[in-house]
Write a protein that binds this ligand. Structure first.
Ligand code: HEM
Length: 467
């Protein structure tokens, strides 16, 4: 018989704690601190100490964390849905109906998955805006910004591939319209579309392809990049929030950056926020069902046939520009400019300051108002007054409805940048922010016009006539 005493502590609570921690608290010297980090999962995700001002909720609005929570909710509910879903035209729609009647909490799980996915597009976009407006992309975080753009694209791709899976009219026609954007890529567009759809039209092969992309390829890539993104945030640390007067925001004496331990200061806040948001999403999913229309019918196209809501800005652009410009060149220019943003020169005193400065705030507001007025006016002008291809019949439409209006818009943007620099004596950083706000607001306005102001035959209508 072995009479050796059990070396573990007598106190049960401490025994349980140590079984989780893997180790007793190490001494507080450098090696001890390193051992603490090595043995603690939370401190693998976070640094052991964080700057206290970064805990201020109104600095990050918890948007990055919320995006992470949504990714987790999507993974959990997505795996649950896989148990009852078969990606074939014969059973996909029926599986959606079965979820409502035959599966315990089936409708709720589908609702949670649907709304979390849509919310993630909005949250990732808002998180990008927060990072931009606080200068969070500044060195050494430039590459993390570029990774973020990749994440935004993946989130949209995950939504788009998931859109088809219920195999109802909404899904079928939104994917038909959305994937048609691809065919405008010169030379390879048609081939690329056929490859993605598994044939010339949306059909059984498309469902299999989209399912594979949606449940395996995109989530795995997304999780890989998210892990890299979070690791970079841990290594680079968050930008310190500052007031417009150059003081550290949320610090008692305005200049000192106080540090606090991650456990419990950051982790407790994260837990409370995650619980509140999970509760709110759950409530929403209990009350509001994910849409499901009649089963997909390839012979009956709805009028209007609209893309998914996050592509409506692009669909609206297509109504005004030559397709190659609306679907490819303008979005590619926009994305390219977005990726290059952090590599532009930046006014260091604006780092961590919401909207750069007092003047920056004011200029951002002016830019929002300008876009809110100019974009609807331009849409109306193009719809009812100006017909460039008709006015210039001798020119190919790629020039009259592509290069010409694009050159005019670029000139207007340069004029806007130059005007704010001269008239308002704005710094390059403030003026660039003005142009960014102008473009982002324009994109949002175009999306709203596409969603709410386009009716039969994609003609302009007032929202209550569309309904
Ligand atoms: C699935 C999507 C995403 C997830 C899960 C995610 C997650 C996070 C988290 C947890 C943080 C730290 C806390 C916070 O700032 O709220 C963060 C910071 C950051 N994110 Fe994201 N993010 C996503 C998308 C994006 C996008 C679209 C961009 C930009 C294009 C971006 C760029 C950045 C940058 C530069 C930081 C550091 C900000 C600073 O130091 O102030 N992320 N992200």
């Amino acid at each position: 018989m072995n009479n050796e005493l059990d070396p573990r502590p007598e106190d049960l609570k401490q025994r349980v704690w140590e079984s989780i921690q893997r180790d007793e608290l190490p001494p507080s010297d450098d090696r001890g601190r390193m051992r603490l980090v090595m043995n603690n999962l939370v401190l693998h995700l976070h640094p052991s100490k964080v700057a206290k001002p970064t805990l201020k909720f109104t600095y990050t609005w918890g948007l990055g964390g919320l995006a992470l929570l949504l990714v987790a909710l999507l993974a959990i509910t997505g795996v649950m849905l896989m148990f009852v879903y078969t990606p074939t035209p014969a059973s996909a729609y029926q599986d959606m109906l079965n979820l409502q009647t035959d599966v315990w909490f089936g409708q709720l799980i589908r609702n949670l998955h649907h709304w979390s996915g849509n919310l993630l597009v909005i949250v990732a976009f808002l998180h990008m805006l927060r990072v931009f407006f606080t200068g969070g992309f500044r060195a050494p975080r430039e590459f993390n910004w570029v990774l973020g753009i990749g994440l935004l694209l993946l989130v949209v791709a995950a939504n788009f591939t998931g859109y088809l899976l219920p195999w109802d009219q909404l899904a079928y026609w939104a994917v038909t319209v959305g994937s048609s954007l691809l065919s405008y890529i010169p030379l390879i567009g048609e081939g690329l579309r056929n490859f993605l759809l598994g044939g010339p039209e949306v059909g059984a092969a498309t469902l299999t392809n989209f399912y594979g992309l949606h449940v395996a390829i995109i989530p795995l890539t997304l999780m890989g990049i998210v892990s890299f993104h979070i690791w970079r945030v841990r290594k680079d640390t968050l930008t310190i929030p500052h007031t417009v007067d150059g003081k550290v925001d949320g610090s008692d004496d305005g200049d000192r950056i106080e540090k606090v331990t991650t456990l419990p200061h950051l982790v407790s806040r994260e837990l409370v926020f995650a619980l509140i948001m999970t509760g709110a999403i759950l409530l929403w999913a209990v009350w509001v069902n994910a849409p499901l229309e009649a089963a997909a019918n390839p012979d009956h196209s709805p009028n209007p046939a609209k893309a998914a809501w996050y592509f409506m800005g692009l669909q609206e652009l297509l109504l005004h520009f030559h397709p190659v410009f609306g679907a490819i060149i303008i979005p590619a220019l926009g994305l390219g400019a977005l990726a290059l943003l952090p590599y532009q020169r930046f006014d260091l005193s604006a780092e961590g300051v919401w909207f750069r400065s007092r003047k920056g705030r004011w200029l951002a507001l002016v830019s929002v108002v300008t876009a809110l007025i100019a974009v609807p006016l331009l849409v109306l002008l193009d719809e009812y007054v100006i017909d460039l291809p008709g006015m210039l019949p001798s020119l190919p439409t790629v020039i009259s409805n592509g290069w010409l209006p694009l050159a005019a818009l670029l000139l207007l943007l340069i004029g806007y940048y130059d005007g704010t620099r001269r008239l308002f004596k704005a710094t390059a950083c403030e003026a660039r922010q003005g142009v960014f706000v102008l473009l982002v607001t324009s994109f949002v306005v175009l999306t709203v016009i596409g969603i709410a102001f386009r009716g039969e035959g994609m003609a302009l209508m007032l929202p209550w006539e569309v309904l």
